[in-house]
Design a protein around this ligand. Sequence first.
Ligand code: 5GP
Ligand code: ZN
Length: 116
Amino acid sequence: MSQNLEDCLFCKIASGAIPADIVYEDDDLIAFNDIHPQAPVHILIIPKRHVSTLNDLNGDTGVVSELSHRATILARDAGIDEAGFRILMNCNPQGGQTVYHIHMHLLGGKQLGALC
Ligand code: 5GP
Ligand code: ZN
């Protein structure tokens, strides 16, 4: 699965063309609240560089490390680190991916249920 950069929703959020409730930004990453939160804390963390799916990382493991490192900091900032939280990434249709620009979900603030 892939998507044109011009049509990519999260590229537009990263460039500021589409507004989002941004909670963190640096040169490489941006994090913003999910528009349809599934938990009291539901933040999406994305690389600014467009990568469609986890299958397209081609061994660039640094991206996922950066996303997860930022997720733990955001969890601490949100006060959910000790109670617990979940990070997850969906890949392609059967994995539940709906936006084809890789993103990490940070979920917490309530007791989370089973994965599927
Ligand atoms: P996926 O299903 O691809 O893993 O996750 C995509 C996420 O993006 C969903 O949780 C969905 O609610 C969120 N989302 C979709 N469109 C928008 C948007 O325009 N703004 C924000 N902030 N989140 C969005
Ligand atoms: Zn994109």
